[in-house]
Design a protein around this ligand. Structure first.
Ligand code: NAP
Length: 364
């Protein structure tokens, strides 16, 4: 054992070793990733027809159509024929996935989506409120032997390689600190993490050093990602713009991460095109405070609607003299997020450092 090895904590070293027989330096990992890229026989990870149909989302094919980035991961899927997919020890290169917030609306959906994939294995489910319950009770998966754990420490015994976090802003950051310290890649869907939290994630998951990686996306629905891209394209051509985001009545943060990110991207696109912020807002009197929403980046007004029966929806309204353009996306079911989540789970090992948004995974 060389001096470099002694500097690595036993836990971290064990985690690194999950991907190879010996700890790999970043350069070596990149070289290996390139080899995987150029390997003509490599099987491109896809969203399986079963997941696509269970998602009920016609957008799942968009994620399938663009697998370029998902092929770069070092975690390779090579299912051994004749063995039951997902059974421990039955497959080679199957990604061992843990779900944080497994008892929640999104977490339970992720558990079902992961359990349905042959190249992924659900090895741990964490949710303090549902601790001890079987995964069947919590998420309706057939993996009856897996019980929900009270804390993230369960990932160590389960030898999880990728943790998917759909918890709350307050819980996500401690979870991610743990993942960074224990060599577990993270896929984060939790919204409401501010700019300071993102800066911390950049420090926790540096692109160099061979540690774990993180993909943080305010929206995993491929249609929503396209909506943001279209809004960005349209922004320089409009004179005014407002964003209305609409969500279910249990969402605890406002505005949504997607709305803020949309406004940010529109503001940047205008700046790049040599156009300034939208506005000014003509309102001089607001008899009901908040009527005009919040002023987001680039002067884009952002409005948040919370309504029972909704899932996640957003409209981007752009106006110019005598015309308007409305770009709208609707997630009718949480399954709409699953192709993007699975794409990120498969890609995270091959994307050094912190990646924000799934756009690069889709080639956008
Ligand atoms: P939810 O139903 O409240 O689920 C969150 C779950 O996490 C709850 O069961 C909660 O338990 C549990 N939890 C709290 N602390 C935890 C911890 N330390 N470890 C493990 N689990 C913990 O919320 P949701 O609707 O599923 O949404 C979760 C997050 O995903 C929100 O931030 C939401 O905005 C976001 N989201 C993102 C996307 C995307 O595409 N990126 C899409 C939809 C939603 P308690 O109830 O006991 O606190």
């Amino acid at each position: 054992m060389g001096p470099r090895d002694t500097a690595v904590s036993p836990t971290r070293r064990t985690q690194r070793n999950r991907h190879s027989a010996t700890p790999l330096g970043r350069r070596e990992r990149s070289a290996r990733a390139r080899r995987v890229d150029s390997d003509a026989e490599v099987r491109l990870p896809t969203v399986s027809p079963s997941a696509a149909s269970s998602s009920g989302s016609s957008l799942s094919s968009w994620a399938r159509a663009n697998p370029a980035d998902t092929s770069r991961g070092e975690i390779r899927s090579e299912k051994r024929p004749g063995l039951r997919p997902g059974a421990r020890g039955s497959t080679v290169g199957v990604v061992r996935v843990a779900v944080l917030g497994a008892g929640g609306r999104m977490g339970a959906t992720v558990c079902r989506a992961v359990a349905a994939e042959a190249d992924l294995e659900l090895v741990a489910a964490v949710d303090p409120r549902r601790a001890g319950a079987s995964l069947g009770e919590v998420a309706g998966t057939a993996q009856g032997d897996l019980r929900v754990a009270p804390g993230i420490e369960a990932l160590e015994g389960a030898r999880a390689e990728v943790a998917v976090d759909f918890t709350s802003p307050g819980a996500a950051l401690p979870n991610l600190r743990w993942c960074a310290g224990h060599g577990v890649h993270a896929v984060v869907g939790t919204t409401g993490l501010g700019a300071r939290a993102v800066e911390e994630l950049e420090r926790l998951f540096p692109p160099e050093g061979g540690g774990p990686n993180c993909i943080l996306a305010p929206n995993f629905a491929v249609g929503a990602v396209l909506m943001m891209r279209l809004a960005e394209l349209a922004a320089p051509f409009a004179d005014s713009a407002e964003v209305v985001e609409l969500h279910h009545d249990a969402k605890v943060d406002a505005p949504s991460g997607t709305a803020l990110r949309t406004a940010e991207r529109m503001a940047r696109a205008r700046e790049a095109a040599g156009r300034g912020a939208f506005g000014p807002d003509p309102t001089r009197e607001e008899s009901l405070p908040g009527s005009r929403g919040g002023e987001g980046p680039g002067g884009v007004r952002v409005h948040s609607v919370r309504l029972r029966g909704l899932v996640a929806h957003q409209e981007v309204l752009l106006g110019a003299t005598g015309q308007s353009l409305t770009i709208r996306h609707d997630s009718y079911d949480r399954a709409s997020f699953m192709p993007g989540v699975l794409l990120a789970v498969r890609a995270v090992a091959g994307r050094p450092g912190l990646t924000v948004g799934i756009e690069p995974l889709l080639g956008l």
